[in-house]
Structures are given as C-alpha cells and as structure tokens.
Design a protein around this ligand. Structure first.
Ligand code: FAD
Length: 471
C-alpha cells in the first residue's frame, strides 16, 4: 500500500516528539494494531506510533497530519471492546500514554485536573488519597481517562452515580487541524451556547483528541456491602428491580448474573460464590455513610426481594466475604475471555430485559451456540457473550471454528434485531468503533446519521481523525 509517511514526514514527526516518541519497528508496534475485541481479523498494523508528551506536540502532529492527509487514531489503554483504536489504513496511532500527569486535585472546587493518559487505577488512587471518590467503575482499570471519556464509559455503578458524562466538567481538546480548545472548565452549570463538551464525550476519537480533563469528585464512599440473591427465574429477579428503585433504597449497583459463568469463574479463582440454588442471582451492592445505615438498607432490600420471590438473601457483611463476591463478579470476563468471540452491549428499557434474554437463549438454541448473558439489571444494559465453546460444569469445551464462524453474523443480527424491536440501542457503554457500525446504521434514523456525519465534517474537514469509525 502507498504510504504518506515519507522519510521527510517521519523526520518531521520525530522532531516534534523527540527520539523516544516515534516508533515504526513492526515488532515493537504490533500491539498497537488492536484493542480487546477478540477477533484479530480487524487488527491492522499502524505505519507509526507517536507518543507525544505535551498538548503542543499533539497539536503539531495533527497540523502535519491534516496537511499531508494522514489518518490519525487516538489511543488510550486499548481496553475497548469494539475496535475503536484500531488504526485506519496507512495511518498513525497517537498514543496518549506519556501524558499521564495528575495535574491537580482541587479540594475547594472538588475537581481533579488530569492528563488524558492517566489510567483509571492511578486516578482512583490520586483521588482517594485526598479523601474524595470518583464513583463510576468501568471494569478495566488500565483504561485511560481520554479513552473513558471518548467512549462515555459506564460500569455497574451507573444506576446510582451515573456514567462518565455526568462527571466531566471541562476538556482540553486538540481539533484535527491542530487548534487547541478549552470546553467547559471548573464550572458546574453552563447554558452558554451549544454544549460542545457533551458532544466530545462519547465521540470515540473522531472529532478531537482529548488531552486534559477536569472531573467532578464526590466525598469518599464510606461503607459498602454486597447482597447475593438467588431466584428460581430470571423474570422474578428482574421484576424485583423496579420495586427496589421505587423504595428509594438507592443501590450502588444491581447486576444479574449467569450461573454457568459463575461456576467457571469460581474454578479459576478457587473461590466460592455464596449460592447454588435457583437459576439467576441478583447482586445488589449498597453504600452508606454508616454501618447502621447499611444494616437498615440491607434489611429493606432483603424484605423486598423475599416478598418478590427470592429463594434466600446472602449478605457479604465482612470485608473478606465482600471481596470474594466482588472478585468473582469482576473476574468473569477474564475467566471466559479465551472463548469469547464478542461481548454485546445492548441497552434496553429495563423492563424488557427478561423477554430479551429469553429471546437470546432461544437464538442460542436455534443456532447451537452458547450465549451467556448478564449485566446491569437496574439500567437495562445487557452483555450477551457470543462464545466459541460450550459449558460443561466448570469447564469450557471449545467448538471448532468451522462450526461457530458461519453462524456468528446471523446470531449477532438476530440479537440486535430483538434489541431494536424492544426500543433498545446498539451500545450502552462500549461505543460503536469498527465492530458495531453496521448495526448502528441499521438501527438509527438515517436523518440522525446524516446529522452526525455533518458534525464530523465540520470538526474534521480533512477526514483524518479516526476515519472509518462509528459510521
Ligand atoms: C475486562 C473489561 C471490562 C470492561 N468493563 C467495562 C465497563 O464496565 N464499562 C464500560 O463502559 N466499559 C468497559 N470496558 C470497555 C473499556 O474499558 C472502555 O470502553 C474504556 O472506556 C476504553 O478506554 P481505553 O483508554 O482503553 O480506550 P481505547 O480502547 O484506547 O480507545 C477507545 C476509543 O477512544 C478513543 N480515544 C482514546 N483516547 C482518546 C483521547 N485521548 N482522545 C480522543 N479519543 C480517544 C479511541 O480512538 C477509541 O475510539 C471493559 C473492557 C474490558 C477489557
């Protein structure tokens, strides 16, 4: 393929980022061709990886790239699940990993100012060291602030504390032709013209490169407790959720989990999930200012669940038990990752979950594929996993590629179609990237797609920034 990265352009780029900031050796940059989406069919080796250390360097790179028509794909922790940071043909990966400073924790305004390459893990530590909390908890702590904002990440605590969008107050963004703009700031309210800050959040690196963010913090979370509640049926479990929410018990998270994957994760971690009766568990996580308040909330949740047909209520009321339950929940992905082809991320009206999950099970039977499905019961975000194995006790027995591959597309199409019919959307938190763009087009009003394309053309007239994503 023709490359626009002539020796002269490469030397200009090297001057911008300095010696350590440019890599072109295929062996060193092969990891920059993919994210956590399992199929390497979509991976693509970049022509070069650039690791700027300052906003001025990002700006100079983009100026040069737009002048030369070189595609640029921003990259954070590459924990994305839909190929969002896979580079375009002939393109550069712009990795924010060296812009990793926590600039300020401003106690008076209760806000943090951080560079885009700070990981979630580092961010939690910096914030908690100062006695604050950042409640959203997307599952992979090696994700970076820029990537989390660019995908508007969510996580299980969204029901009480919202998603990343609800915390971003200000952004420094480099536009595709190199202009550096400040959107919002250390302000809570803002009705000053179109909200370009919110437009940038969730734009998946297609409108601008996020270099710095101002993020709202909350007072530290004091006490947490998990309740695991088994039910005979999925419907009974899901029917409980609106009642819990109406009672104003404000759970931090309400998840529904799948027993097959729990068994496999128990075996991997050599830990025990507290229940084995019934078919579906709700995992309810509570937080409160005092242990006494937690006791009160736990009792009320237990009473509601038992009234709605729960078999039992198991309370993880010691740190050790709490740890065991949360570790099993958070390691499910690791336990089944080797046999997962794709994790879907459909977001539905909450009450549609049982009928949708039943339809997924039906599709699994029709096609003879294992489709474990679980997720965020209180906000309607359902993660169906399309697997290339079948469960047998605590083991996964691989299915030959010749068996799952021909069915894969039809299975996804059938599941997305059911989500659409029920008023759902293709992605609740992972974004569209490369992998879901056909389904976004099929399930979205063409007028809206036209508006989105129009916005893309205004921000990125040369079409260099993460081309081929979303649309
Ligand atoms: C085990 C596991 C659990 C997960 N759990 C959750 C979960 O609970 N909730 C959830 O929402 N997601 C979850 N994810 C998905 C993933 O962690 C999120 O999508 C995360 O926000 C991606 O951040 P990242 O830094 O890894 O971004 P990347 O994967 O590097 O990039 C994602 C997108 O953002 C763009 N981008 C990255 N940095 C910038 C920047 N500075 N400026 C502009 N654009 C940029 C990229 O071009 C790409 O389009 C999970 C993933 C894994 C592997």
């Amino acid at each position: 393929m023709d490359t626009k990265l002539s020796p002269a352009v490469l030397s200009e780029l090297a001057t911008i980022v300095g010696a350590g900031g440019l890599q072109t050796d295929p062996e060193k940059i092969c990891d920059y061709g993919h994210d956590e989406f399992s199929l390497r069919d979509i991976a693509r080796l970049p022509e070069a990886v650039l690791k700027p250390a300052t906003t001025a360097e990002v700006s100079a790179i983009l100026k040069l790239a737009s002048r030369e028509g070189i595609p640029v794909t921003p990259r954070g922790g590459a924990t994305g699940l839909c190929g969002g940071c896979v580079p375009a043909p002939g393109g550069i990966v712009l990795s924010l990993e060296r812009m990793n400073r926590v600039v300020e924790i401003d106690a008076a305004n209760q806000m943090a100012v951080v560079e885009a390459g700070v990981t979630l893990l580092e961010f939690y530590k910096a914030v908690e060291d100062k006695g604050f909390a950042f409640p959203p908890h997307p599952g992979d702590e090696s994700a970076m602030i820029g990537g989390l904002i660019a995908t508007n990440a969510g996580g299980s605590r969204a029901v009480k504390y919202g998603v990343i969008r609800n915390y971003v107050r200000g952004l420094e963004v480099v536009l595709p032709r190199g202009d550096v703009v400040a959107l919002g700031g250390k302000i809570v309210k803002n009705s000053s013209g179109y909200n370009l800050l919110q437009l940038m959040i969730g734009s998946e690196g297609t409108l601008g490169v996020i270099t710095r963010a101002t993020i709202q913090l909350l007072p530290g979370i004091k006490h947490m407790r998990s309740l695991v509640i088994p039910y005979e049926t999925l419907e009974a479990a899901i029917d409980t959720v609106p009642v819990l929410l109406q009672k104003n018990l404000s759970p931090l998270a309400v998840e529904f989990v799948d027993r097959d994957v729990i068994r496999i994760t128990e075996a991997l971690l050599r830990k025990r999930w507290p229940c084995s009766s019934g078919t579906t568990d709700l995992l309810v996580i509570l937080d409160a200012a005092t242990e006494a308040e937690l006791d009160r909330l736990s009792e009320e949740v237990a009473a509601v669940c038992l009234e709605k047909g729960a078999i039992d209520v198991f309370s993880a009321d010691t740190p050790a038990k709490q740890n065991e339950v949360l570790q099993i929940r958070s390691k499910i992905y690791e336990a089944i990752k080797s046999e997962t082809v794709e994790i879907l991320d459909i977001s539905l009206p909450r009450a549609e979950i049982p009928a949708h999950v039943k339809r997924v099970w039906e599709i699994g039977r029709e096609f003879g594929l294992w489709l474990p499905t679980f997720g965020h019961a209180a906000d309607g975000n359902v993660h169906t996993h399309i697997m290339k194995a079948r469960p047998e006790g605590a083991a996964m027995i691989p299915v030959p590629e010749s068996e799952w591959r021909p069915k894969f597309e039809a299975v996804r199409a059938a599941i997305y179609e059911d989500g659409r019919r029920r008023g759902g959307v293709v992605s609740g938190e992972h974004g569209i990237g490369l992998v879901k763009r056909d389904y976004l087009a099929r399930s979205t009003d063409p007028v809206l797609i036209g508006l989105m394309r129009g916005l893309k053309a205004v921000f990125d007239p040369d079409g260099i920034l993460n081309p081929g994503k979303i649309f």
